[in-house]
Write a protein that binds this ligand. Structure first.
Ligand code: ACO
Length: 311
């Protein structure tokens, strides 16, 4: 890239200007955004699977309606984000093919199973809580279409987070068995939720450049710390115990000290060896293959319509 163009681009970012699809941008900026927005979109789509698993078994009609609405919202977020990525010159089909053949990632968290109804509470509370922590700052990210997509997504995510907390509250105010289920869900989802923020700063290969370009607004560790600080009092309110014996409030720093997640486990999940990686990819591959006739039908219809309007 031409150094003068690069300097002018960086100056725009530093002034807080938004970069729009037709503006000049360095190839690295474009590539990083396609990777991050694409991974984010795939996460929303794959993220429907662990919760979709409970739609038919929700305990009441009301809970079922709420869960259905939430899962549909996630599909909408995925489509929004694919559109934002498409403005960078990649198609949704290409991104999907890259997900299906393993060239693109989705969030590690969706490779963990949802074993009980309490997991619907833990996922909403912790997973959507972590997603919001990461996504609220992204409303100010430098790429216009991504920043604008984040505004609506964050509004919906905060409803998701509250519905999860509400499920947890109900469980915690219920029978002893229900409270045990809530605690068990927290035990299983705590460390995987901390992993959502990515590797520790010293191992994050993209953070420095992404922050310079204002693609990311915070480092992985900063957001992880904020999440712990916000979530521990919520766990206390629920009467649950965070599964970390070393968790302590640090008067000096004004933050909680906590145990880092097991990074070896994180790397295994990223490598495709988490508890549900194979199931998730199988489900996405099946949906893609079984939906081929719909895509073909739509294309044939569009071609016919074009022919009619030309004639
Ligand atoms: N799950 C899967 N992959 C991850 C995760 C994770 N939790 N965290 C980091 N990675 C990957 C990165 O994509 C990167 O992949 P690469 O090898 O293809 O380059 C690699 O691990 C190294 O990590 P970083 O250098 O720290 O990567 P990055 O700067 O992209 O930071 C982060 C990772 C924080 C997840 C960032 O991409 C981000 O903010 N993304 C937008 C939010 C998002 O994707 N959320 C999805 C989860 S929740 C949801 O919304 C439904």
């Amino acid at each position: 890239d031409d150094p003068e163009k690069l300097a002018a681009f960086q100056a725009r970012i530093d002034r807080g200007e938004k970069i729009e699809p037709k503006d000049w941008m360095p190839e690295g900026y474009r590539k990083t955004l396609i990777r991050q927005i694409g991974q984010h979109a795939h996460s929303e789509i794959v993220g429907q699977l662990p919760e979709g698993n409970w739609v038919t078994r929700a305990p009441t009609l009301e809970r079922k309606a709420i869960l259905l609405a939430k899962v549909q919202d996630e599909a909408g977020h995925g489509l929004y984000l694919y559109c934002a990525a498409e403005t960078l010159g990649i198609s949704r089909d290409e991104m999907t093919e890259m997900l299906l053949d393993g060239r693109m990632k989705y969030s590690s968290i969706f490779n963990y199973p949802t074993l009980t109804w309490a997991d619907m509470g833990a996922v909403g509370w912790l997973v959507d809580g972590a997603a919001i922590m990461n996504q609220v700052p992204l409303q100010r990210t430098s790429y216009g279409p991504y920043a604008r997509a984040m505004v609506r997504i964050c509004k919906e995510e905060s409803f998701h987070q509250r519905q999860g907390f509400d499920v947890m509250m109900k469980m915690c105010q219920g029978s002893e068995a229900q409270k045990r289920m809530a605690q068990d869900a927290l035990n299983r989802f705590w460390f995987p939720s901390l992993m959502m923020f990515g590797p520790s700063d010293k191992d994050s290969k993209h953070s420095a450049q992404s922050m310079k370009w204002r693609i990311k607004m915070n480092t992985n560790d900063e957001l992880r710390q904020k999440f712990v600080d916000q979530t521990v009092p919520q766990a206390e309110y629920l009467g649950l115990t965070v599964p970390d014996p070393d968790l302590t409030w640090n008067e000096e720093t004004g933050h909680y000290d906590f145990t880092e997640p097991d990074w070896a486990e994180f790397m295994e999940v990223l490598a495709g060896n988490g508890p549900c990686n194979r199931d998730r990819m199988e489900a996405r591959n099946r949906a893609w293959d079984e939906g081929a006739w719909v895509r073909e039908g739509l294309m044939a219809h569009a071609t016919k319509q074009r022919a009619v309007s030309v004639a």
